[in-house]
Design a protein around this ligand. Structure first.
Ligand code: PMP
Length: 429
């Protein structure tokens, strides 16, 4: 089918809120390593990894073989009512990696479902429907997770029954505490947290949920240690802490395997998805047994933890551990941040370069540091024209996000830096 016709049919049958990237949307026809090729035969270096789903690159033999062997058994059947070896093995591995004592794992198909499950566990355990979330957060698109999503443009319904109170902390660049030192910023956020608990809740809050680095919110990263200080306050009230590791897990931040480890905190639960399956649909929750087992009724997921996804995810997880991709993310991440900071120094339009490991963002601003979404959109097109795919995000749609597969090579990092420098130059001031 011709590209134009496909686009027309997409627009006729899909909801209008399902936006496509680019003036001329891309249809990916094949992929290898860190590169994808479209139907017209143009190849792009992928610096968004299919929204961070592609943690270890495309066409990895170990993963394809694991998935193919499962298909060859003929067992495409999926049910948590029977034993599945790869599911048990994957759960054991995640439980061990989580650092959560006596951990249990429940598999879902997506990050949204993972967070829905975590909310259900915490609210049930604490017998409270009150939740604390960070401003500028994104946690999913179902009825409870839209309520805890603090970006209006992604929170499709305001009718969810979850009661949410919002705290500062994630998005420092546009926070009222922006100009404080790290230590004073943390103090101000902790004071805000206390005030929120005292003024907008009855104290019987179920949990706080937070992304260690806010993904959709534009890779907004609070100073290390913020969540340790938050946890001290939460503990005083018996409030549970859930770390949403959907974007920050699996070593992507470079310095740690889970994003929350930068804060020296062991959460009560963590949720994960995206990169685990390297493109296969899988997500889940890892939590203390006492919390996981607080549900009294049965609760299953038909496809969650199915044998294809768990076989593929196990192979992907083994691959990223065996090749120490976390170390690669740390090394190439600092090279990229360093390179981008020197580009930004020449372009006042880039107001902030931030992130950790292979989660790096550029925030585009106008002369008075106001959000400049037009520049971010222009950069998206300019990089695409030069053969590089990047992501967009941020509360105001003015942030460019870089999150390549963690198998990135030095040459590819340099190539991307060169393209980004050129593309920024080409964006009208
Ligand atoms: N949590 C975070 C931090 C996310 O970034 C996302 C997806 N952007 C989700 C949850 C929801 O995941 P999914 O799209 O797989 O439902």
């Amino acid at each position: 089918m011709a590209h134009r016709e496909l686009l027309h049919r997409h627009r006729s049958v899909m909801p209008k809120w399902l936006a496509l990237y680019y003036d001329e949307p891309i249809e990916i026809a094949s992929a290898q390593g860190r590169r994808v090729t479209d139907r017209e035969g143009r190849t792009y270096l992928d610096f968004f990894g299919g929204i961070l789903t592609n943690s270890v690159g495309y066409d990895v033999a170990e993963i394809s073989d694991a998935v193919r062997s499962q298909i060859d058994t003929g067992v495409l059947h999926s049910s948590t009512l029977y034993l599945i070896e790869s599911q048990v093995e994957l759960a054991e591995k995640i439980a061990r990696l989580s650092g959560i004592p006596d951990a249990r794992v429940f598999f879902t198909n997506s990050g949204t479902e993972a967070n829905e499950t975590a909310l259900m566990l915490a609210t049930q355990h604490r017998r409270s429907g009150q939740v604390l979330a960070l401003r500028n957060s994104y946690h999913g698109r179902a009825f409870a997770t839209v309520a805890i999503t603090g970006i209006r443009g992604w929170s499709a319904s305001a009718l969810s029954p979850i009661k949410v109170s919002w705290v500062h902390g994630g998005y420092r660049y546009r926070s009222p505490f922006k100009d404080l030192s790290d230590a004073d910023y943390v103090k101000a956020c902790v004071a805000d947290l206390r005030e929120v608990i005292e003024t907008t809740t009855a104290g019987d809050v179920a949990c706080m949920i937070a992304e260690p680095i806010q993904g959709v919110g534009g890779f907004a990263s609070p100073p290390d240690g913020l969540f340790r200080e938050f946890k001290r306050v939460l503990d005083e009230y018996g409030i549970l802490f859930i770390s949403d590791e959907v974007q920050t897990g699996w070593g992507r931040t470079g310095e740690h395997f889970w994003g929350i480890q930068a804060h020296d905190v062991v959460p009560d639960a963590m949720t994960f998805a995206k990169g685990l399956g390297n493109g296969l649909a899988i997500g889940g929750v890892v939590a203390r047994a006492e919390l996981m087992d607080s549900l009294q009724a049965n609760s299953i997921s038909t496809f969650g933890g199915n044998p294809i996804s768990t076989a593929g995810a196990l192979a992907a997880l083994n691959y990223l551990l065996d090749h120490d991709l976390q170390a690669n993310a740390a090394k190439l991440g600092s090279r990229l941040i360093h390179g981008l900071r020197s580009v930004a120094a020449r372009h006042p339009m880039v107001g902030d370069v931030r992130g950790k490991g292979l989660m790096i963002a550029l925030e585009f601003v106008g002369p008075a540091s106001e959000p400049n979404p037009a520049a971010a959109t222009a950069l998206l097109e300019e990089t695409r024209r030069r053969g590089l795919l990047v992501g967009k995000g941020g509360l105001h749609g003015n942030v460019i996000r870089l999150a390549p597969p963690m198998t990135l090579t030095e040459d590819e990092a340099e190539e991307a830096l060169g393209i980004l420098a050129e593309a920024i130059e080409a964006v009208p001031a």
